[in-house]
Design a protein around this ligand. Structure first.
Ligand code: NAD
Length: 316
């Protein structure tokens, strides 16, 4: 099997590349990544030198590249995206370009060459809810330009299935955490700020709730969906571990032996969703169970940032 992994130089994509090369000696991996600020070849050092791995720098919005690379692959897994909500509030254009037009360009190439397409998406497309978890058939109600652009990517993906019969699946993940997450996202930002002795800017009252999945569990779930999922279907992935932002920060500070006095409440992000939660019954039906509890996942994550100061210092 030849996998085209777009966005494979980013956080989840690079973890997925390592996972596939390690667990599937019969698979070849081709990474297409534009190497924006969020991507780095230093995320792919484990894959480097492996004869089953190849890297191409390029933009998923480039029809020519998509056409050429999809022709050589059996399956496209689209991790490539602009992903930071705060940036989408400041400058939404690039989010629409990559997350919508880029996805569509890949879909066109996949249709032309009669391949299979997997769209990696997010719990944020459903919007906020006070209680219970969203199922895959719930309507989309995105709040930020980021979430709206991902929702559009999902709808386009489904439209290619319904209109052209393209084999597609959509995977909606909850918050991931683990090694190599860019230090603008909540967890790595607070880890590196705490390590640098800086204040930790926490939005609003800190009581927004999120579900946290360790990235390796997320990769295992994607693998299972590739093996057992059905075309035209959407799958939610989440550990179900739900915490307020302040709770997860307290856990991190405990692990680092730092004082909670570092936390500084700052004005809330506009349109900040209060709570995300996913029903994972469908994944349970495929036989998926997360292996990492919060303690173990956070320990692995914090240790990685402690041991890889050079990686994050050059990203500050
Ligand atoms: N990180 C999370 O917690 C999370 C949660 C739910 C869903 N997701 C989704 O998972 C996917 C991966 O997220 P991530 O956190 O690894 O993101 P990331 O920001 O770490 O990486 C994104 C990668 O995409 C690349 N990229 C951006 N624009 C591109 C373009 N036009 N052409 C080619 N490559 C481009 C970047 O260079 C980078 O390597 C995204 O689709 C995101 O929406 C992430």
């Amino acid at each position: 099997m030849n996998l085209l992994i777009t966005g494979g130089a980013g956080f989840i994509g690079s973890n997925f590349v390592d996972y596939i090369l390690k667990h599937h000696p019969d698979h070849r991996v081709l990474v297409l990544d534009r190497l924006t600020y969020a991507g780095g070849l230093d995320n792919l050092t484990e894959a480097d030198g492996n004869p089953r791995y190849r890297f191409i720098q390029g933009d998923i919005c480039d029809r020519g590249i998509d056409d050429e690379l999809v022709a050589d692959s059996d399956l496209v897994i689209n991790f490539a995206a602009e992903t930071h909500v705060d940036r989408s509030i400041q400058a939404p254009d690039v989010f629409l370009r990559t997350n919508i037009l880029g996805a569509q360009s890949l879909l066109e190439a996949t249709k032309k060459h009669k391949k299979r397409f997997i769209q990696i998406s997010t719990d944020e497309v459903y919007g906020s809810r006070e209680e219970g978890g969203f199922t895959e058939s719930d309507p989309l109600n995105p709040s930020s330009p980021y979430a709206a652009s991902k929702a559009a990517g999902d709808l386009l993906t489904l439209s290619y299935h319904k209109t052209y019969g393209l084999p597609v699946m959509i995977i909606r993940c909850s918050n991931n955490y683990g090694p190599r997450q860019y230090p603008e996202k909540l967890l790595p930002l607070f880890i590196v700020k705490a390590l640098s002795g800086e204040r930790l800017p926490l939005y609003g009252d800190g009581l927004n709730r999120r579900e946290w999945t360790y990235v390796e569990d997320n990769c295992r779930a994607i693998e299972l969906i590739l093996q057992k999922g059905e075309d035209g279907q959407i799958y939610n992935i989440s550990s179900g571990i739900e915490l307020t932002n302040i709770q997860i920060i307290q856990e991190i500070l405990k692990l680092l032996g730092k004082s909670e006095d570092l936390i500084e409440f700052v004005p809330d992000r506009p349109g900040h969703d209060r709570r995300y939660s996913l029903s994972t019954e469908k994944m349970a039906g495929l036989g998926w169970n997360p292996l990492y509890n919060l303690q173990r996942g956070l320990k692995m994550t914090v240790s990685w940032y402690l041991e890889n100061r050079e990686w994050w210092e050059k990203r500050l």
